[in-house]
Write a protein that binds this ligand. Sequence first.
Ligand code: NAD
Length: 374
Amino acid sequence: MPKPSIAIGMVGYKFMGKAHSNAYRQINQFFDLPLRTRLKTIVGRDANKVAAMAERWGWETSTDDWRRVIDDPEIRIVDICSPNNTHYEVALAALDAGKIVACEKPLAMNGAQAREMAAAARGKINTVWFNYRRVPAIAFARQLIDEGRIGRIFHFRALYLQDWTLDPSVPLLWRMDKDVAGSGVTGDLHSHIVDLSNYLAGEITAVAGTSRIFVNERSRPEGGASKVEIEDASIFVAKYADGAIGHFEATRFANGRKNGNTFEINGEHGSLYFDLEDMSRLWYFDSREPKHIQGWRKISVWEEMHPYMKQWWVPGCAIGYEHTFGNQAADLIAAVAADRPMKPDFDDGLRCQLVLDAVLEACESDRWVTVVKQ
Ligand SMILES: NC(=O)c1ccc[n+]([C@@H]2O[C@H](COP(=O)([O-])OP(=O)(O)OC[C@H]3O[C@@H](n4cnc5c(N)ncnc54)[C@H](O)[C@@H]3O)[C@@H](O)[C@H]2O)c1
């Protein structure tokens, strides 16, 4: 008997639209899921371009009106892959219509929006695409922390480094437009490493930092030029509820760095280190080993017992960026089939957003800012 299917409607069809479409198309082959994903409707602003996308990626229909996915009673999951300023309106409408919502990060433009969205989503299945939690090596880092292998955490240190806006002739695309993105590297890049810190290191209570705009004016894609109002780079330090301290850096001006996402965690018994550009490895230092054989161990996270790995290929055949979305999509479908909550959810999105708000305020005011309680 064919499996029952679950219809998906997706808003946005470019970078994340492709990543999520690819995930929904792959997971039934690799994961044993009780529901078959049905790519029903995809939305974009340009009817012709989104129709071409639908044809190429196997969506049944396309439209330039996102309300059509909200109004379609067959669609159960609404997946939001459009720019940050659309998340609030689309997610609230979808939740109101009883849909399961999967929203890209950052959850919202600010904490106030995120708080409303989290309240509307509570008690329902929902998720935010903090997909780096689904990198097997990062899920494995969490496992090692839960097993007590590094003990009490003293430091979380994360960098998210890119260089694509360094050239002043790059126009003011939506990621640099304050009205659309909400903030610069804070919402775009810090959101990922703050979520990883929330996942791995605990609750951030206060932050202090500084940010810079290195190129003050850019041309607009539609013509003319505008003052740049979002930060190109931001560095902050953080205090944690349990006494740990953290250091975060996000920039689009790190010449030579494309998607350099690294973190190190130092604990009382050992340390962990991860680098997205070598994403199958997790580095582990265990200070409880005899001193004469101590050293950083490079663990290849591709054995059957490692998170997610038995679903894909055999050990040694590494998986990549797109599989993080597959892993999250598979977890979402499994959660829906079992009617159980999914993580990270909108409350995790809110938790992250409240830290980001504090970072923006700290950089603006040049002082320590307490993170507003969830
Ligand atoms: N999880 C990740 O690693 C990751 C990576 C990149 C982007 N993102 C997030 O995904 C979202 C989309 O980013 P992207 O890189 O895919 O952007 P993109 O520019 O590649 O694509 C944006 C899409 O949204 C559509 N769109 C724009 N405004 C719209 C509107 N008002 N109504 C309907 N559709 C609209 C566009 O037509 C386009 O298809 C952002 O929130 C971004 O922060 C997450």
